[in-house]
Design a protein around this ligand. Structure first.
Ligand SMILES: Cc1cc2nc3c(=O)[nH]c(=O)nc-3n(C[C@H](O)[C@H](O)[C@H](O)COP(=O)(O)OP(=O)(O)OC[C@H]3O[C@@H](n4cnc5c(N)ncnc54)[C@H](O)[C@@H]3O)c2cc1C
Length: 411
């Protein structure tokens, strides 16, 4: 603080840059495509845990241009399958220590997460999830309206709404975070350890020779490398196509919005799968709200009035007290949706071409664990047990990891 005041008064010394600009080398040991939280986390852990620093992160625009700078920051591990719960739980634990690890405040606020049930079958799914969660040591349980009224008194728990609330899955460790800080913190940590971050550098081709990666073509020149990690989320099939790898992924827009800032009144994250909406209140007081993906495939990042109208109607069914609140802004990102709502991580038929994709509407929360485990995989050439269930080959081995009941609107 004293340093800040001193700098403000004499105004001369500029702050040190968070990450540097380097000349692009013509060869790197590892090239990571995509400067989102996943690509940057993988670079950070490669350098920090494995001493692999001859690494380039190539980003076609600016870091955080994709979902990592557009998401609504929900972090949780209350998934439906044991594989999913264990995987996301490691991420929640890494997030708990991230501010200290990166020496950068990522403002992780574990305020609790409620997934509402409006039908008998939804109550059954919440009970199922609670039991799977508890068996894996994750704190989550089914609560009924009497307890819900204490956890979130603002909810309309009467029988007035079209779909009255019958119960909820309550997950106390769930919460929200500052997404930009996560991106910037990983970028700074990777840069400090020698990783080169190249913004405004678009990958335009992948050079595959005799079934192995030999390099990548960019709009700034060719880079020789034996290892490429595709961490481009909504654009991942375009990159995979360049290597001749087909992914079972389609890209859909996902929209969100924030309200004008309000005095703090909501200290829990609320999600309704039946109404396709979720709401939390940021530390600035804005209500952060979103829905499911748009029902058509597109790379468009434009917002629509249709989304805003549908979302407003559904939010007011849950929280009628918000009827006079104004919307401040809305935006969209693109999401890489998989058939089973789980990610795709690891090897592909092309040697040296790895994927960390299929993050759909739920991938921000996995940035630390996927970064850590993909780095481990690159460094050791072995697939860590935790990510083995998410291998690409599961789609033709009849071994899907079905998370639709816990991942679609729940983010
Ligand atoms: C509105 C919205 C709300 C969401 N809410 C949540 C949430 O609450 N919780 C949650 O866990 N997840 C949420 N998500 C999903 C989450 O944002 C993503 O799954 C996650 O951020 C993906 O991170 P990433 O690093 O893999 O990819 P991204 O952050 O998308 O980064 C990929 C990068 O690749 C770059 N790129 C693409 N093509 C090229 C190329 N040819 N050359 C070089 N670079 C390229 C892009 O510019 C981009 O910056 C949400 C997403 C959206 C859009």
């Amino acid at each position: 603080m004293t340093q800040l005041i001193r700098q403000g008064l004499n105004g001369s010394k500029p702050q040190q840059r968070m990450w540097r600009v380097h000349d692009m080398k013509d060869s790197y040991d590892v090239v990571i495509i995509g400067g989102g939280a996943h690509g940057l986390a993988a670079a950070y852990y490669l350098a920090k845990h494995h001493g692999i620093t001859n690494v380039a992160v190539l980003e076609k625009r600016y870091i955080g241009h994709g979902g990592s700078g557009r998401n609504t920051t929900i972090i949780r591990s209350n998934y439906l399958t044991p594989e999913g719960v264990l995987f996301y739980d490691e991420s929640v634990k890494l997030y708990q220590e991230l501010s200290q690890d990166l020496n950068f405040n990522v403002m992780f606020s574990q305020r609790g997460h409620l997934t509402l049930a409006h039908t008998d079958s939804a109550v059954r799914t919440m009970r199922w999830r609670a039991e799977v969660n508890q068996l894996q040591g994750v704190d989550s349980r089914l609560v009924y309206p009497d307890e819900l009224a204490k956890i979130c008194p603002q909810l309309d728990l009467s029988d007035h709404p079209r779909y009255p609330i019958m119960g909820a899955l309550f997950h106390p460790p769930g919460g929200i975070i500052r997404h930009d800080a996560v991106v910037w913190g990983y970028a700074r940590g990777a840069d400090e350890r020698g990783v080169h971050i190249h913004q405004m550098t678009e990958v335009t081709g992948i050079d595959v020779q005799q079934g192995k990666v030999a390099g990548v073509q960019t709009d700034r020149g060719y880079i020789k490398t034996g290892v490429v990690l595709n961490a481009t989320a909504g654009w991942c099939t375009l990159i995979a196509d360049m290597a001749g790898v087909r992914l079972p992924i389609t890209t859909h827009p996902l929209q969100a919005c924030v309200s004008e800032p309000l005095k703090p009144f909501l200290d829990v994250v609320i999600v309704s799968g039946s109404l396709h909406v979720y709401v939390s209140q940021s530390d600035r007081g804005e209500l952060v709200m979103g829905a499911s993906v748009d029902p058509y495939q597109s790379y468009s990042m434009d917002s629509t009035l249709d989304f805003m109208e549908g979302l407003s109607g559904h939010v007011l069914e849950l929280l009628p007290m918000l009827s006079k609140v104004k919307i401040l802004r809305q935006w969209a990102g693109v999401c890489d949706m998989t058939p089973d709502y789980s990610p795709v991580m690891g090897l592909t038929p092309v040697e040296g071409f790895l994927v960390d994709v299929g993050w759909g509407t739920w991938g921000f929360k996995a940035s630390p664990v996927s970064g850590k485990r993909m780095a481990e995989m690159i460094a050791t050439n072995k697939t860590p047990d935790l990510i083995a269930p998410f291998r690409l080959s599961r789609f033709y081995e009849d071994a899907l990891v079905g998370e639709k009941g816990a991942a679609s609107v729940g983010h």
